[in-house]
Ligand binder design. Structure first.
Ligand SMILES: [Zn+2]
Length: 341
């Protein structure tokens, strides 16, 4: 994301900006396509926020920078909302209209809770997987590191360092799902011990270099970070994106473009994947423009507030419903969508 774009959005008054992730959007300089998206976002936000005096701002890449296609920005912004409009737009995070579906997020500096995705465990025994992760977190050096971070964190002012360290480690939360080839992957979440993004990056970078030995069901290795091309979450490959399966989802399916226009080219599926656990949207590792690109935690999504009005998804993820989708090359396949459940 261009530094100027970020600076502009952060120069606006508080409670006047909302960020929008358009489902399936990929950066493009096709003006007609972007205009159509902007029009549909506008109609959606007008409906949600019950106001119309705002700007819909497309993403903007850094000038002159050569970036890979997958690193091009995708985040849209709504500027000039009233505080009430912001509240309404954030009253839930998933909005699905027949014409467009998107996620909203606040301009905030919430620290991420998603830490990493592990693969390599031979079964889904979460007690063993949890023990493997705790083994690393409880190492003396790692505890000392967490201790230094919490000691400098105002959220823990007045806490004994040991107790604050235990509190952080106590927030460890894992979610395991099984892929269709039988492999297990585990999302690992933990509260950040620091409010400093650079410190957080250093700490998570170290944890992401480690191996997580269970001595019971194998060793967890950190899986590369891949962003879902649909919802921009990192906790699941795109073909397992839970959102198109949410009741009330009005489309499109993942991989089929913002308006479903890519449906035909992606209509071949290999039903080889089974999702045995719910795959939440997880977090965006590069979401928050405040610090370059930082993420926020959006694990739980808000529930419907104004149910009387049509056209919105319930915002929760699928509940363990078996699903089948395609899988290519051992990783999320950006280009493939799915149709059959
Ligand atoms: Zn997704």
């Amino acid at each position: 994301m261009a530094t100027d774009w970020v600076r502009e959005m952060w120069s606006d008054p508080p409670h006047s900006v909302v960020f929008v992730d358009v489902f399936n959007y990929r950066y493009t300089e096709d003006d007609a396509y972007n205009r159509r998206i902007a029009d549909n976002i506008r109609r959606g936000i007008e409906y949600i926020a019950e106001e119309s005096d705002f700007d819909v701002v497309p993403p903007e890449p850094e000038e002159g920078a050569r970036v890979r296609a997958r690193d091009l920005p995708t985040l849209w912004a709504i500027r000039g909302l009233t505080p009430n409009g912001v509240t309404r737009a954030l009253s839930r995070r998933t909005w699905s209209f027949p014409t467009i579906s998107f996620h909203t997020s606040p301009r905030s500096t919430t620290m991420p809770t998603w830490l990493m995705m592990l693969e390599g465990f031979l079964n889904g025994n979460e007690r063993n997987i949890r023990a493997a992760i705790l083994r690393v977190l409880e190492e003396t050096e790692m505890r000392d590191w967490i201790g230094r971070l919490v000691a400098a964190n105002p959220e823990f002012a007045g806490w004994p360092v040991d107790r604050a360290t235990d509190a952080i480690i106590g927030t460890l939360n894992i979610q395991t799902m099984q892929l269709g080839n039988g492999n297990y992957v585990t999302n690992v979440f933990i509260r950040s011990p620091t409010r400093d993004v650079r410190e957080w990056r250093r700490w998570t970078a170290e944890l992401r270099t480690r191996r997580y030995r269970s001595f019971a069901n194998g060793t967890g290795r950190v899986r590369y970070v891949a962003v879902c091309g649909g919802c921009r979450g990192v906790s699941h490959p795109m073909h397992l994106c839970p959102f198109p399966r949410v009741r009330g989802w009005n489309g499109p399916q993942q991989g089929q473009g913002v308006f479903g226009e890519r449906a035909r080219e992606n209509s071949q599926y290999d039903p080889s994947v089974t999702d045995t656990r719910r795959a939440g949207r997880g977090t965006h590792p590069y979401r928050n423009p405040s610090a370059g690109r930082q993420s926020d935690h959006e694990h739980g999504r808000s529930t419907p507030r104004r149910d009387a009005r049509p056209g919105r998804s319930s915002g929760s993820s699928s509940r363990g419903r078996d699903s089948q989708g395609s899988r290519s090359g051992g990783g999320p396949s950006r280009g493939s969508g799915r149709r059959h459940y």
